[in-house]
Design a protein around this ligand. Structure first.
Ligand SMILES: NC(=O)c1ccc[n+]([C@@H]2O[C@H](COP(=O)([O-])OP(=O)(O)OC[C@H]3O[C@@H](n4cnc5c(N)ncnc54)[C@H](O)[C@@H]3O)[C@@H](O)[C@H]2O)c1
Length: 257
């Protein structure tokens, strides 16, 4: 018996990076998976990869900044599979490196809408189904170490910090009704978002006590754990999956380690 046999998971941002790895991992552990992504072509490729390897997945075009689009993705999932057990919120991103003073209200709103409001939007759409999931529902959201420390990118980081509060409030409110909410705060993960900054991952590696930046699969493993019954008594936690970065604090910058 695999951990997600008979269960249905919806992964936002499932077309690339952390969302893709999470979708593949949940599918490998028996879940039917709905890959919801604004990049439908990429989501279709991941669904194809799952289905060719004997799993079950479908793709849906979905923009988490658009309520109707989110609602129809959730509707497609429940119509196709008859239930929804797990929601994984990975859609998000930093977009640019604009400084705080140069971030106008529109740019601020766009980043908060994508990284914070988008998650709330997806949870609101999925929650009625998670509340009636036969084995209890689970929400795993991808935050960032940026939400827990002064690593720059203020609108992105503030939005990611907001996800922590959203997680603990919803864990408290809906725990009695059988839905768990947890947040993962990844450190630097080797995905396409770093492609525009040549050499950045090599420079960042030295900050990590475990000697490397993360792979999407490092986060997917934590997603699968928190979404599974192995974490049945875990709710409202913020789990850094960061190669020891936050734990080392100012030590991260020392060269004599
Ligand atoms: N890569 C890192 O170093 C890192 C570190 C910490 C946190 N994160 C977080 O992890 C999550 C995934 O990042 P990634 O590195 O895998 O990036 P990625 O670009 O590889 O994947 C993000 C996915 O989200 C999709 N997406 C973007 N906007 C969307 C929207 N409006 N609606 C639906 N889908 C949308 C993209 O098409 C893409 O498939 C993000 O929330 C990011 O903030 C990443």
């Amino acid at each position: 018996m695999r951990r997600f046999d008979g269960r249905v998971s919806l992964v936002t941002g499932g077309g690339h990076g952390i969302g893709r790895a999470s979708g593949l991992r949940l599918a490998a552990e028996g879940s039917s998976v709905v890959l919801a992504d604004v990049d439908l072509k990429a989501a279709l490729e991941v669904a194809d990869e799952v289905n060719r390897s004997g799993g079950t997945a479908i793709a849906v075009g979905c923009d988490v900044t658009d309520r109707a689009s989110v609602d129809s993705a959730v509707e497609l999932a429940t119509t196709r599979f008859g239930r929804l057990d797990v929601l994984v919120n990975t859609a998000g991103g930093m977009r640019d490196g604009t400084t705080f003073l140069d971030t106008d209200d529109d740019a601020w709103d766009r980043l908060v809408d994508l990284n914070l409001t988008g998650v709330a939007r997806c949870i609101r759409a999925a929650l009625p189904h998670l509340l009636v999931a036969p084995d209890g529902g689970s929400v795993v959201t991808i935050g960032s170490v940026n939400g827990m420390s002064a690593l720059g990118g203020e609108p992105y980081s503030a939005a990611k910090a907001g996800l922590q509060n959203l997680t603990v409030n919803l864990a408290s409110r809906y725990g009695p009704h059988g839905v768990r909410f947890n947040l993962i705060a990844p450190g630097t993960i080797r995905t396409r978002v770093w492609d525009t900054q040549p050499g950045a991952l090599e420079r960042l590696t030295r900050l990590y006590p475990l000697g490397r930046v993360g792979q999407p699969e490092d986060i997917a493993a934590a997603v699968a754990f928190l979404a599974s019954d192995d974490a049945a008594w875990i709710s409202g936690v913020v789990l850094p999956v960061d190669g020891g970065l936050l734990a080392s604090g100012p030590m991260a910058l020392r060269t004599d380690r």
